[in-house]
Write a protein that binds this ligand. Structure first.
Ligand SMILES: [Zn+2]
Length: 320
């Protein structure tokens, strides 16, 4: 659907009941696609949508990857094959994981294995590989770049870290539209029926809160995120405030938990608090490792917790 003049929001389905919205900006001089979803989505969703609105792949000028995650970068290779002239780019900070599926799996999806006692099975790793066909970048950016899509239409890349270090959103000042992707993650990530599918996977809390503050200060009329409905008017600041408040709520729950318990591991915190922080399916509770570790690191930096090692060598935290 066209959410503002020249800005299309394309639904891409994956993983049974999940979807991610990618954005297509159509100007007279250039066409820009933001995100490619998973490996099968260019042929299943993106290219058919483009055909429907009369945009042949040879008109695609840029493919911007918003951040390093399989449901945003997984279709890079098939999209680049369909549009080899398109310049493929992402933020410099996310380049290592966007370009290399094995680095993404080891660095992002297995980051809680060694220090926190989780185990990523071979079957899960194979599923990640199946969904993610990465491709080298033609260039990297830092945020603040402008793309000229028509003689009188420029859009701007906004660096919005928090979910990843190099997360990018795209702002169109003409229609005051933000293609926001996962700059703010609300209180859960939603499925195709708008029910909670997983916890909000913010990771780096200081930058996440700064990103939300920056977005709150911008003039945004239409806010189009990757896994949530389009927000318009006053809904935009409601969505952003809910994202910030949820993150701060999790942080205060973790601090209380630390004060009431002895030393605890990440896994213990997820087991004890998981079901109280949202109503996604129980098997998604382990995804709380991402926000919890972000909040626990911040509480440690603020001097409210200390971190060390348990007798079995896992990381643990205690109240100070
Ligand atoms: Zn996503």
């Amino acid at each position: 659907m066209e959410i503002a003049p020249g800005i299309h929001r394309i639904e891409c389905r994956f993983g049974g009941n999940r979807m991610a919205y990618v954005h297509l900006f159509v100007g007279t001089e250039a066409v820009l696609l933001m995100d490619t979803c998973c490996a099968h989505n260019p042929h299943q969703d993106i290219l058919p949508y483009m055909a429907q609105i009369g945009i042949t792949p040879d008109r695609l000028t840029y493919i911007v990857i918003s951040h390093s995650d399989l449901d945003h970068q997984g279709g890079c290779q098939p999209m680049k094959e369909a549009a080899p002239q398109a310049i493929l780019l992402c933020h410099n900070l996310d380049r290592p994981w966007v370009e290399d599926t094995e680095a993404l799996i080891a660095g992002r999806y297995m980051q809680f294995d060694t220090d926190h006692g989780y185990e990523t099975s071979e079957e899960t790793k194979q599923a990640f590989r199946h969904d993610t066909l990465s491709h080298v970048m033609d260039m990297t950016v830092e945020g603040g770049e402008h793309f000229r899509l028509s003689p009188d239409w420029y859009i701007e890349l906004i660096h919005t870290p928090g979910h990843t270090w190099g997360h990018l959103a795209l702002y169109d000042p003409r229609s005051k539209t933000m293609a926001a992707n996962e700059a703010a993650l609300w209180s859960s990530i939603l499925d195709t029926d708008w029910n909670p599918a997983l916890p909000p996977t913010y990771c780096y809390v200081d930058t996440y809160l700064s990103t939300i503050a920056r977005l709150l200060s911008m003039d945004i009329e239409t806010y189009s995120p990757a896994h949530w409905p389009v927000q318009r008017g006053t809904e935009v600041s409601d969505f952003l405030r809910e994202s910030r408040n949820y993150c701060l709520h999790v942080e205060s729950r973790l601090l209380t938990f630390a004060q009431e318990h002895g030393p605890f591991t990440l896994k213990e915190a997820v087991l004890q608090l998981g079901s109280q922080l949202g109503c996604w399916p129980d098997d998604s509770n382990d995804m709380l490792t991402f926000p919890f570790s972000g909040n626990l690191n911040r509480l440690t930096q603020r001097g409210l917790l200390s971190s060390g090692r348990s007798a079995t060598g896992l990381m643990e935290w205690r109240s100070l």
